[in-house]
Design a protein. Structure first.
Length: 520
């Protein structure tokens, strides 16, 4: 199921031979302001013709082209006359299908390599240095290019690091232009997109908004739409976008579970009710959540209670409103892409996700998901373009169950207050220091212990606060941030002096793995 959301844009289809590479390629293409989507390698010729892409990019993949069960695409795709760029596995698939040779050797090439351009007339390398650093990750490589192809670059280990047949608009590289370690990778991709495929860079967030607004208006007509606000980036951008499209026909429901960070609840109300003048139902559910969570210490149980209560409250409010037909949701493109397992049949299957919303019996809304073709950084750009403040658009990842997963043990009003105030200091201090947003996430954690301290003349028996700050690219792995000692000292002093009930501060120096980012 293609997203097919931006059908009016020239589209580049990334043919996925191994999901981990395809997403990055699609993002890089979009960074070059060309719309792209990922399709599985077994896409049919008919489907490609129907989609009429402006170009295809064949992704890398974990498999050897000779491995049993290795993914292969329909060879007729290479004869459609569509400009094609094959990357890594893609160059080998192209060579194999068009009569080139891939000798079986045991010499792979992994990591940085020096590329020498041997075909300076190649459109891919026009104006770029004759020697450049590229990233390689392969075992097999093409030994003899197919008839009609010219070899345009090599490395010490790989004789055919790039090849092309301009008459058929077929181009390929053994290296990965999509990764940052390939110094001129983005330039090479742009040359393929703009010069070889002749695509104009028209994919901008302004266009995205205009198209989404037109789509929403057409679909919704005069009906009413409801949207659940959490204070997070995705739901905020959806709300702002749908509001731009249909104004008063949108009602937002903000279930304030009291587990947000300091002032976040007020910020949601200020932005949506006061700035955007959205019809906002603000459900103050703090007391109810505290009752439900009293005495609950098991993290899974906390999560379950909070999630269940959220939807219950949301649907109670939603069904009170008359004439609502649609529910707007912040589903993103990565939510829809299910990664194929390594070595397994590589896929970019689109998950059926519509059953994820636990509609109560007898309740149904049609879904509107205006962000479902977008990556997170694009959603942020749309949010800024729509006028949402930086605090929302650049908000750090924050668990749905909120501070409840950063309080170990009992969640009480008193413990929430301690954590919230300590967390505000951590965010203020690291935020002022980390102005270029190099640190992925930083926050405070309240563990379920007390320790002895001395403040003034008095012995104290109070709470420690743990500071967690990590560097990460995607939260899958992370390393603890090397914060300056002075910054740690400032935070420690401020937290102990300003937050009553805290007499000790510790810094978490655990990477992920083996630790996780959150404590729970
Ligand atoms: P862990 O703790 O597993 O967290 O290393 C990885 C990332 O996920 C965030 N996180 C959540 N995000 N709902 C969310 O939207 C949740 O329930 C949730 N739990 C963890 C976490 O903050 C980190 O960025």
């Amino acid at each position: 199921m293609p997203v097919d959301q931006h059908a009016s844009q020239p589209t580049v289809l990334v043919v996925d031979f191994g999901a981990q590479y395809a997403q990055l390629i699609a993002r890089r293409v979009r960074e070059a302001r060309v719309y792209s989507e990922i399709v599985p390698y077994d896409i049919t010729v008919e489907e490609i013709e129907r989609r009429a892409p402006a170009a295809l990019i064949l992704s890398g993949g974990p498999a050897s082209v000779f491995a049993e069960g290795a993914p292969h695409m329909d060879p007729r795709i290479l004869t459609l006359g569509i400009p094609i760029l094959g990357l890594c596995y893609g160059i080998q698939e192209m060579a194999l299908q068009l009569g080139g040779e891939i000798p079986k050797t045991d010499v792979g090439e992994y990591g940085s390599a020096k590329l020498t351009v041997t075909g300076p007339g190649s459109s891919l390398f026009a104006g770029l240095p004759g020697e450049q650093q590229v990233w390689m990750s392969h075992r097999d490589s093409v030994g003899t290019a197919p008839a009609g192809f010219t070899v345009t670059a090599c490395t010490d280990t790989t004789g055919i690091a790039a090849m092309e047949d301009p008459s058929r608009k077929l181009y390929a590289t053994q290296f990965h232009p999509e990764v940052a370690h390939t110094t001129h990778g983005q330039e090479i991709l742009k040359r393929f997109l703009y010069d070889v495929a002749g695509i104009a860079p028209t994919w901008t967030m302004v266009n995205v908004i205009d198209e989404a607004v037109a789509d929403i208006r057409e679909r919704v007509g005069g009906a009413k739409v409801i949207c659940g606000l959490s204070g997070g980036v995705d739901s905020s951008v959806v709300a702002a976008l749908v509001h731009r499209a249909i104004g008063d026909q949108l009602t937002c429901v903000f279930v304030d579970h009291g587990l947000l960070r300091l002032d976040e609840g007020e910020e949601v109300v200020r932005v949506f009710r006061d700035q955007f003048q959205v019809d906002l139902v603000h459900v103050q559910a703090q007391e109810r959540y505290l009752d439900l969570l009293a005495g609950v210490t098991d993290p899974e149980r906390k999560r379950h209670i909070i999630g269940e209560e959220f939807w219950k409250t949301f649907f109670e409010e939603a069904t009170k409103l008359e004439g609502v037909r649609f529910l707007a949701q912040g589903t993103l493109y990565p939510d829809l892409i299910e990664s194929g397992g390594r070595g397994a049949k590589a896929t970019a299957k689109i998950k059926s996700h519509h059953n994820l919303i636990p509609f109560p019996a007898g309740v149904h809304f049609d879904l509107i998901e205006p962000l479902k073709a977008l990556f997170k950084d694009e959603v942020r750009a749309v949010g800024s373009e729509l006028g949402l403040p930086d605090e929302i658009v650049h908000r750090q990842p924050f668990p749905g169950p909120g501070l409840a997963v950063r309080i170990i043990g009992d969640v009480t009003a008193e413990r929430l207050d301690i954590l919230r105030r300590a967390d505000a200091i951590v965010r203020e201090e690291i935020g002022a220091w980390d102005t270029d947003r190099g640190v992925w996430q930083y926050f405070a954690v309240l563990p379920a212990i007390r320790s002895v301290g001395v403040q003034g003349d008095e012995r104290t028996y109070a709470h420690p606060i743990i500071i967690r700050a990590v560097a990460s690219a995607d939260a899958m792995t992370a390393d603890w941030a090397r914060l300056p000692h002075e910054l740690l000292a400032t935070m420690s002093n401020r937290i102990i002096n300003e937050v009553e009930g805290v007499n000790r501060v510790a810094y978490d120096i655990t990477s992920k793995p083996p630790g996780t980012i959150e404590w729970e």
